[in-house]
Design a protein around this ligand. Structure first.
Ligand code: AMP
Length: 208
């Protein structure tokens, strides 16, 4: 099963992708995670990517598409995958059509006001990427791996504003682009409640 998770940054795509990945045994491919790993390197290219990410802008399509293609050509993707954070532009969606077919696109919806609140309080493990919330009290180390808990540069107020603007301008046109293959879910409830209809939809898709 080849899926795309579409939605604004902070809409909860990543958490949903993890649940789908575990239940349907397909890898979650997060271009954000791939870029964060790349940005840890020391070379000029890594520094450039790190600066783009910190500003909340998008890495150029050509670089992103090449990285994505190389990732989904790996062995673990042969039975499918969930794309989390890709495509983010119409150009990326068109490039994807030349790489592989897609079975369905899940659109995760959440009002921007809630997203801003969630992203501002989001804290992330710098080692394993586990997500926490500052509203749960001060946490210095990850409960899963002991890594340092940080606030991502792009979860700071100016970057959040920019990321949402970029989403509106460059990514939301994909909702029309994929209108015939779109399954919409609102993420204003608990993760379990949000996931339930998605799971039913995917089970049906799998049986077809
Ligand atoms: P995310 O974790 O998905 O919010 O991604 C973090 C950052 O990585 C984004 O703000 C972009 O700078 C970069 N990024 C992730 N995916 C893409 C993409 N598909 N196209 C361009 N840049 C991306």
């Amino acid at each position: 099963m080849k899926l795309i998770l579409l939605g604004a940054p902070g809409s909860g795509k990543g958490s949903l992708a993890k649940k789908i990945s575990a239940d349907f045994a397909i890898p979650q491919i997060s271009t954000g995670d791939l870029f964060r790993a790349l940005a840890k390197k020391e070379d000029d290219f890594a520094k450039e990517v790190k600066a783009i990410m910190a500003s909340g802008g998008l890495v150029p399509d050509e670089i992103t598409c090449k990285m994505l293609k190389e990732r989904i050509e790996q062995e673990d993707c042969k039975n499918g995958f969930i794309l989390d954070g890709f495509p983010r532009t119409i150009a990326q969606a068109k490039a994807l059509e030349n790489i592989t077919s897609i079975d369905s696109v899940i659109l995760v919806e959440l009002p921007f006001s809630v997203i801003i609140e969630r992203l501002s309080s989001r804290r992330t493990c710098s080692s394993c990427g586990e997500i926490y919330s500052a509203t749960d009290g001060k946490l210095e180390n990850c409960k899963k791996c002991g890594g340092k808990i940080i606030q991502r540069d792009d979860d700071k107020p100016e970057s959040i504003k920019h990321r949402l603007k970029v989403y509106e301008q460059s990514t939301s046109p994909l909702i029309n682009f994929y209108s015939e293959r779109l399954f919409k879910v609102s993420n204003d409830k608990s993760l379990e409640e949000t996931y339930r209809p998605v799971k039913t939809f995917l089970k049906n898709l799998e049986e077809k």
